[in-house]
Design a protein around this ligand. Structure first.
Ligand code: FAD
Length: 278
């Protein structure tokens, strides 16, 4: 099957992590992703690491998307970074606000929302970049209401976003309902589900709570009951996520974006089960 897929990585903190990520990329290349993306730490804290991984991927002949967040950033700083990315040959961005700092950093930044960043990127670089943005089928945790969050997505599209990737979710109905609402606003951009393979129950539950994604009660209970049995969690996770992806694919999703957490096997297993590898 030829549904486009993409893989997301984070920039490793150590040389060992960088070596491991190269191997992970090689393994995942077998699934022929449309592109791979690299996250950007809060406030640009990983900028050098993010750009380095993006550069390596481009040198390997991979289509690379650079995540880019604007909280705390200045216009001059962003202008310089966009020039650097252009010079590197980057043509795709995932443009984000980024998470608000807990310790006051971010003050003095010249961008408030991701839509401000997208407007600036378009004004500075025209159509050079294909711009993906984040969206939230279960609402961004800081949004005033689901409607306000939809308007935030509409503002990003009006500012020039080409497509959106969702926060992880485990409820297909939440995604389909969200897409209906997006279309009802007259927005036609692709809404690509962000898929989080399940490999670790404590980490997953913590991350889901932080980002406002609902883990259904039956899944939470089942994961808790599996305790530290890593193999059982992996099997259960693969089964649940395969079923979710099958439902999404049957409903006509335009692509799937996998949050790999820099591991090849969980995403590859899903792609194989879904017949997405060639
Ligand atoms: P925005 O679209 O600016 O929205 C932020 C909040 O402001 C929302 O509640 C929205 O409803 C509200 N809002 C927007 N515009 C307005 C307005 N005009 N008036 C009032 N309210 C408004 N984080 C990272 O730090 N690095 C990454 O690499 C990264 N990658 C991600 C990739 C994906 C696919 C996703 C889904 C998330 C990613 N994140 C990343 C997390 C993201 O930075 C956070 O969710 C962040 O809190 C919001 O970013 P945003 O771009 O969605 O912000």
């Amino acid at each position: 099957m030829t549904l486009p897929i993409s893989f997301e990585f984070f920039p490793p903190k150590t040389p060992e992590g960088a070596t491991k990520l190269r191997a992970v990329r090689q393994q995942l290349a077998a699934a022929q992703p449309e592109f791979c993306s690299v996250t950007y730490g809060a406030g640009g804290s990983t900028q050098a690491g993010t750009f380095a991984v993006v550069g390596e991927m481009l040198a390997e002949g991979m289509e690379a998307a650079c995540h880019f967040s604007c909280i705390g950033a200045t216009r001059d700083g962003v202008r310089a970074q966009l020039a650097e990315l252009r010079d590197m040959g980057v043509t795709r961005l995932v443009a984000l606000r980024g998470d608000l700092p807990s310790g006051g950093y971010g003050a003095g930044g010249q961008f408030q929302y991701a839509s401000d960043l997208i407007e600036f990127i378009r004004a500075e670089t025209g159509d050079h970049f294909r711009i993906h943005v984040a969206c939230y089928p279960e609402m961004h945790p800081q949004a005033k209401s689901p409607q306000a969050d939809l308007q935030a997505l509409a503002a990003k599209v009006r500012a020039g976003a080409d497509g959106a990737i969702t926060q992880m979710f485990f409820n297909a109905d939440a995604y389909f309902h969200f897409v209906d609402e997006v279309r009802a606003l007259g927005l036609q951009v692709p809404i690509v589900p962000g898929i989080m393979p399940i490999t670790n129950s404590a980490g997953l539950l913590r991350f889901a709570d932080n980002c406002g994604a609902e883990v259904p009660r039956w899944m939470r209970l089942r994961l808790q009951s599996l305790g530290d049995d890593a193999a059982a969690i992996k099997d259960f996770g693969a089964e649940v996520m395969t079923r979710l992806c099958e439902r999404l694919m049957a409903g006509g999703v335009p692509a799937l974006h996998f949050y790999t957490l820099n591991q090849a096997a969980p995403a590859l297993v899903l792609c194989q089960r879904l017949n997405l590898t060639s």
